[in-house]
Design a protein around this ligand. Structure first.
Ligand SMILES: [Zn+2]
Ligand SMILES: [Zn+2]
Length: 151
């Protein structure tokens, strides 16, 4: 469990889709996978991972795109802003991972690890000392701590 606030609000770019989260998240991760890059258009995505029942949506319904079987990525049907990565995990149940940048106070959503680090863009890394994992953090596979300074 991370120690971000016990409730938080956020929205898409145009404000048509809004959400409020309650209770602690599973974790906040910085993800380097190709799928996150294509969904966001950014070199890395940071997401706060919640049990689905801790996320309440309001306003316009988010639209879901099934990026692979059992995995959906949601976005605003009005402005197209990326919002989530969603799936049902065999152990954790229904999960809703919300892009950190969609929160009203993204500074409060501080990552504790990096996932899919081997898919990282060669010209990009973060300056933190956090652990970097091969795939999902929950699957183990620690690659290193801190940025790859091998050049
Ligand atoms: Zn919108
Ligand atoms: Zn990803």
């Amino acid at each position: 469990m991370t120690n971000e606030p016990t409730s938080a609000t956020g929205r898409c770019l145009c404000g048509a889709v809004r959400f409020e989260t309650t209770g602690p998240a599973f974790r906040v991760i910085a993800c380097h996978c190709e799928s996150c890059r294509r969904h966001t258009g950014a070199p890395m995505a940071a997401l706060t991972v919640f049990p689905e029942e801790q996320v309440a949506w309001s306003g316009e319904a988010r639209r879901r795109y099934e990026s692979k079987p059992g995995v959906a990525r949601a976005f605003c049907p009005e402005c197209g802003a990326s919002l989530t990565w969603e799936t049902t995990h065999p152990h954790y149940g229904a999960i809703c991972a919300i892009h950190v940048s969609s929160f009203d106070n993204p500074d409060a959503q501080k990552p504790s690890a990096h996932s899919f680090y081997p898919e990282k863009l060669c010209w990009f890394d973060a300056a933190d000392d956090l652990p970097r994992y091969e795939t999902f953090v929950a699957d183990g596979g620690l690659v290193r701590h801190g940025p790859d300074d091998s050049g």
